[in-house]
Write a protein that binds this ligand. Structure first.
Ligand SMILES: Nc1ncnc2c1ncn2[C@@H]1O[C@H](COP(=O)(O)OP(=O)(O)O)[C@@H](O)[C@H]1O
Ligand SMILES: C[C@@](O)(CCOP(=O)(O)O)CC(=O)O
Ligand SMILES: [Mg+2]
Length: 385
């Protein structure tokens, strides 16, 4: 039997970075998915094979070798989500280094550590064939790391004794609330390995879907009543969430008072965002007034992100280009490159959007739209293999 789990990416509408320091963010799932498939092999077939399709890397460890390096931790280590210690990360790095990880892709190694940690923690030392593919750009602010950890945790838990699912179900099915909570907690432990200090907003929105408000580890569902449309522009400038989050923390310790004001202002923006999208538009006039307010909030949030040091020339380029069309934009995710959101109000014509997309394309950027606010993680079972 093969188990497949898919988890969506996300856009942060307001409050990225601030959320790491305990201030509110508002985020929504998008209908672009990361998909993990796991097929257990027979016990005498002593290998764990991992294929990372998006980054073109393959790994194959013997279960005996994994046991040798990690057996001091037990198997499976714990039925409750546990953090990976620095010492264990070193052991995981040994397992990855033995497979000659290409130097040019070394920034991607933490995803493989997260895989090994979640795999051995949840399933123990079992041989299997594992593949992952994603519709999300990796490392571009759309939460690929969270979708990776959520879909992996979901597929592993589906094969473990910790959750009891109906494996005869056909097509995609969802987890109940308690199971989803467990998936989310394990995914957070994986995100810690990739991000260093994640807030938990990305894995929560990927697990539970829809639009959420998130503050100090607590998620609240937001019932959006607005038809939100965003153009997502990938500047294709590579960046690393872990480094950007660490830079913001360093700036905060250098200028605690100034940063406190910036973070409070961002929280006010997030709160206003969630109030506006929950309100019911009584007529078109009311809707367009609300869209205008959201555009202003995006501009203000972007200005504050610039003051936190996470904007980038490529992001500023997208902002200026969209401004020519009187459209508001802000970076989404960690910034430093990656993706930018441009609000597409309901009155805007397809022609204008096409022109903007073409102009952004002339800089080498790639723009697209995605469905906002769909389901969270889902699972399916294939009995044919
Ligand atoms: N499909 C994938 N295949 C392999 N690694 C992935 C994949 N998706 C995410 N990752 C891991 O997540 C990291 C990117 O996470 P991050 O810097 O947080 O950016 P984002 O979450 O915005 O895409 C990569 O370096 C890699 O370790
Ligand atoms: C910057 C941050 O707020 C969001 C990071 O999102 P992404 O990894 O860039 O998709 C970090 C976090 O909340 O953990
Ligand atoms: Mg990430």
């Amino acid at each position: 039997m093969e188990v497949t789990a898919r988890a969506p990416g996300k856009i942060i509408l307001a409050g990225e970075h601030a959320v790491v320091h305990g201030y509110t963010a508002v985020a929504s799932s998008i209908d672009l998915y990361t998909v993990f498939s796991i097929r257990l092999r027979s016990e005498d077939d002593d290998t764990v094979k991992l294929t990372l399709n998006d980054i073109g890397l393959d790994f194959s460890w013997s279960v005996r070798r994994i046991k040798e390096v990690l057996s001091h931790l037990g198997s499976p280590f714990s039925s409750t989500p546990t953090s990976c210690s620095l010492e264990t990360i070193k052991s995981l790095a040994t397992l990855v280094d033995e497979q000659s990880f290409p130097e040019t892709k070394i920034g991607l190694a933490s995803g493989v550590y997260a895989f090994l940690w979640l795999y051995t923690s949840i399933l123990g030392f079992k041989p299997a064939t594992v593949t992952v593919s994603s519709e999300l750009p990796v490392g571009a602010g759309l939460g690929s790391s969270a979708a990776y950890c959520v879909s992996l945790s979901a597929a592993l838990l589906a094969l473990s004794d910790s959750v009891k699912l109906d494996v005869s179900q056909k097509g995609w099915s969802t987890f109940n609330e308690t199971e989803a909570e467990l998936v989310n907690k394990w995914a957070f432990e994986g995100e810690k390995i990739i991000h260093g200090r994640p807030s938990g907003v990305d894995n929560s929105v990927s697990t539970f879907g829809n639009v959420i408000k998130f503050k100090s580890g607590v998620m609240t569902r937001v019932n959006s009543n607005m038809p939100l449309r965003m153009l997502i522009t990938n500047t294709k400038v590579g960046r690393d969430t872990k480094a950007l989050v660490a830079n913001v923390s360093a700036r905060k310790s250098r200028h605690p008072d100034a940063m406190c004001s910036v973070l409070n202002a961002i929280e006010a923006i997030s709160d206003e965002w969630s109030t506006i999208i929950q309100s019911h538009a009584v007529d078109d006039l009311y809707l367009s007034a609300n869209e205008e307010k959201l555009g202003e909030l995006m501009e203000m949030n972007q200005g504050l992100l610039l003051s936190m040091g996470v904007s980038h020339a490529s992001i500023e380029n997208v902002l200026q280009t969209s401004m020519k069309y009187k459209l508001a934009s802000k970076l989404t995710g960690a910034g430093g490159g990656g993706c930018v959101l441009t609000l597409l109000p309901t009155h805007i014509s397809g022609e204008v959007i096409d022109k903007l997309v073409e102009e952004l394309g002339s800089f080498g950027f790639q723009s697209f739209t995605a469905g906002i606010g769909g389901k969270g993680v889902q699972i399916s079972f294939d009995h044919s293999s």
